[in-house]
Ligand binder design. Structure first.
Ligand SMILES: [Zn+2]
Length: 365
């Protein structure tokens, strides 16, 4: 490709080519991605300097949006810096997951007695990792089937908008281990009602459809509350591949950018044919229900030995997203990958970034 571009440039400079020369394919492809979101954890997020650095990293690599899980003080430092650079900021709302304690903001806190329930033997089986693609995450998890869990997620989102002044909310930890099969009394009763209303469905189909409809309700509640607070606010989320019955269900959600996992973190990395097929599916379904939705491909990237990718592999995955015609792109992982020269070079080249901040994009904590 580089050789081809060089030849074309030389032809132009020599005046040998009278016809307009097409833009180099790499540039055209980079322009094709409209919404490019960086979602990393592990960055130092405390001081104004941290905020300026986070914005600088994101811009230099070519991103125009970030998902950030900073606390109130940091978000207030970050927002003016992001505004100066035209960077969209989404506050991460991981309401359903309580391993580190359920999120609190102001007077908003998780509803009591609203966690998922499973028989002990089932919970034990779920706690053993048997598939590298399906990490085990110890609970507690909110039961997202319930209206009080939806209200909590919605209230927390509104509080984040008010407190941080962000552009939108990034919904996280939904559709993970909490995606189906909760055995709390509420879920059992509601699932039984759903089954009775749908005698045409098998038990497996009931499980899947009931779960998907409850996930939809969760997102809808958040959307309604967020838009009531700020009609210009936007939603994004991560669609985990754990929902095995239909892993690319983002089209069903009222979300502008459902970042659907087209390439997951873990080795063995998914064959490129699978990545390409995932991208095609996301493209085909992006407007199936919501005209405002933008098909968005999610790539997981982490420097852990069980996950790390080569720069060439990362480039192939990004190319698959572009080739499918997706305009939304989200990459997520531990911030250490930003310190890898090869990986950050690929990001900068593919996303139309400019500067290089090496060495040490990510300062020591
Ligand atoms: Zn439940």
């Amino acid at each position: 490709m580089r050789t081809l571009c060089l030849v074309l440039c030389l032809l132009t400079l020599c005046g040998c080519a009278n016809q307009p020369v097409a833009a180099p394919p790499a540039k055209a492809a980079a322009n094709h991605l409209d919404w490019k979101c960086l979602w990393v954890w592990g960055l130092p997020r405390k001081t104004l300097q941290d905020a300026q650095h986070e914005v600088a990293i994101s811009k230099s690599l070519g991103f125009n949006a970030i998902a950030c899980d900073g606390k109130t003080q940091y978000m207030k430092l970050l927002m003016p810096e992001a505004r100066k650079q035209g960077l969209l900021v989404y506050a991460v709302n991981g309401a359903p997951y309580g391993q580190w304690g359920f999120a609190k903001l102001g007077t908003i806190q998780a509803p009591p007695n609203c966690v998922q329930e499973f028989p002990p033997e089932e919970l034990k089986a779920m706690s053993v990792q048997t598939d590298p693609d399906l990490p085990v995450n110890p609970g507690p998890w909110l039961c997202i089937d319930r209206p009080e869990a939806r209200k909590y997620a919605a209230d927390l989102s509104v509080a984040m908008l008010k407190e941080y002044g962000v552009d939108g909310i990034a919904l996280d930890w939904t559709g993970y281990r909490n995606y189906r099969g909760c055995q709390c009394e509420y879920s059992r009763v509601e699932r039984a009602k759903f089954a009775a209303a749908h005698p045409e469905l098998s038990a497996e189909q009931v499980q899947k459809e009931f779960s998907l409809q409850r996930i939809e309700l969760y997102y809808q509640a958040v959307r309604d509350a967020v838009l009531a607070e700020n009609p210009k606010a936007r939603l994004m989320c991560h669609i985990y591949p754990q929902f095995a019955a239909e892993p690319l269900y983002g089209w069903r959600l009222p979300v502008e950018h459902p970042a659907q996992t087209v390439a997951w973190f873990f080795k063995p990395h998914w064959p490129m044919q699978v990545v390409e097929q995932n991208c095609a599916t996301v493209k085909q379904t992006e407007h199936k229900r919501y005209a405002y939705q933008v098909g968005t491909g999610f790539i997981g990237l982490d420097m852990a030995p069980e996950a790390v990718k080569t720069p060439d592999r990362l480039r192939q995955e990004i190319h698959a997203i572009k080739a499918a015609g997706l305009k939304g792109f989200c990459i997520a992982g531990g911030a250490e990958f930003l310190n890898d020269q090869g990986l950050s070079d690929v990001l900068s080249q593919e996303l139309g970034g400019a500067a290089h901040l090496h060495p040490a994009l990510v300062p020591a904590k």
